[in-house]
Design a protein around this ligand. Structure first.
Ligand code: UT7
Length: 329
């Protein structure tokens, strides 16, 4: 049994925050942001939009493309660090809104979350225990970003991307994968307060600890070390090499990181999908959003071999070697 992507969808908030807007908020410049990250603008959730709002929209689009009813879903997995509540899981809110009646749960692997979710879906589908699994990556990082911290506020955006992984007898879908984690340095990218170790209090609620803290250059070095190796591991499990990739869809965290990974894999720019300029880093949503846009732009066709690789807080990493099988017209 193979695990094919049969549905795909995305959603971003309508409000756009440009680099020019950020120049008015912190001591930064369009020139610095574009040259250091590749980002020009990002979408930011409205006060009444949350992770579930975006996740539900992306999920509906994916169901429509897969030509499935919500009741056809056997499982809903939502990868997020910015769920609507600490509990219950955002996946349960999505399940109810869609009118599905399957198990639903959240997973947390930060920017690698959607890759982790896809591998879980692959296990259920290829073992014959599920027919259709909805995997959503969604983040509303703007709600936990310190808008006075120029080191982080220019990087992140909000959005959701979804895929439906279905059992199929046709060769394709997820053919190889790798996942990894190294929990020795959580402080390189974390939210210090708000968990059980350091709950939010009157004293810390307005401090930087209540927001994303990041050692940018450490994460940068980790990403450039890890991405190429992880992608090669996933490809090797599918008996493929980087030369077989038709389209590389990496995590959209920084254009320089994407370029370093592409160079390491010897992939020319035309085989690399980049949309970071429009969305910034949407964490777990970045790859499924990029996948949707790649399909919409005609860059993915039945038979296309795709490589997806992500890294993120944890620190975590993961990669998928995929062969697209769904009709795209
Ligand atoms: O999904 C995973 C999430 N995280 C990431 O992927 C982040 C990975 N890291 C990065 O993308 C990069 O490290 C950053 C874009 C965050 C930073 O780029 P960098 O080239 O590593 O810059 P830096 O942190 O070494 O800072 C260089 C300078 C510093 O000034 P000084 O000390 O040299 O005077 C910073 O204070 O740039 C300054 N700086 C800024 N200047 C203008 C930092 N942020 C800004 C800013 N605007 N927004």
């Amino acid at each position: 049994m193979y695990s094919a992507i049969t549905g795909w969808g995305m959603s971003v908030p309508s409000r756009i925050l440009t680099n020019a807007d950020l120049e008015r908020i912190v001591d930064t410049s369009d020139e610095w942001i574009v040259s250091r990250t590749g980002i020009r603008e990002r979408h930011i959730a409205a006060p009444d939009e949350s992770a579930s709002t975006l996740a539900i929209r992306a999920a509906r689009q994916a169901l429509e493309r897969a030509d499935l009813m919500p009741t056809d879903l056997d499982m809903i997995i939502v990868a997020t660090v910015t769920g609507d509540y600490t509990f219950p899981a955002t996946a349960c809110l999505v399940q109810d809104a869609l009118g599905a009646s399957c198990p639903a749960f959240d997973i947390q692997a930060a920017c690698t979350g959607w890759i982790y979710g896809m591998v879980m879906a692959h296990q259920f589908v290829t073992s014959g225990t599920a027919q259709n699994v909805l995997v959503i990556g969604v983040e509303v990082l703007s709600k936990i970003t310190d808008m006075s911290d120029r080191a982080t506020c220019v990087l992140f955006g909000d959005g959701a991307g979804a895929a439906i992984v279905s059992a199929s007898e046709t060769l394709g879908g997820i053919l190889g994968w790798t996942l990894g984690a190294d929990g020795a340095r959580p402080e390189q990218l974390y939210r210090p307060a708000g968990g059980s170790r350091n709950p939010l209090t009157r004293e810390n609620i307005a401090t930087h600890d209540a927001y994303i803290n990041m050692m940018g250059s450490e994460v940068f070095k980790f990403a450039t070390r890890t991405m190429g190796t992880a992608m090669e591991e996933a490809l090797a499990k599918a008996n493929l090499t980087a030369h077989d990739i038709d389209l590389f869809i990496p995590h959209q965290a920084n254009l320089r990181i994407i370029e370093a990974a592409s160079k390491r894999l010897e992939l020319p720019p035309e085989k690399v999908f980049v949309n970071i300029e429009k969305y910034g880093n949407t964490s777990a949503a970045a790859i499924p959003i990029a996948l949707c846009e790649a399909v919409e732009q005609g860059r993915v066709k039945p038979g296309s071999k795709l490589g997806c690789v992500a890294f993120g807080a944890g620190l975590t990493w993961g990669a998928l070697a995929l062969q697209w099988t769904a009709p795209v017209d």
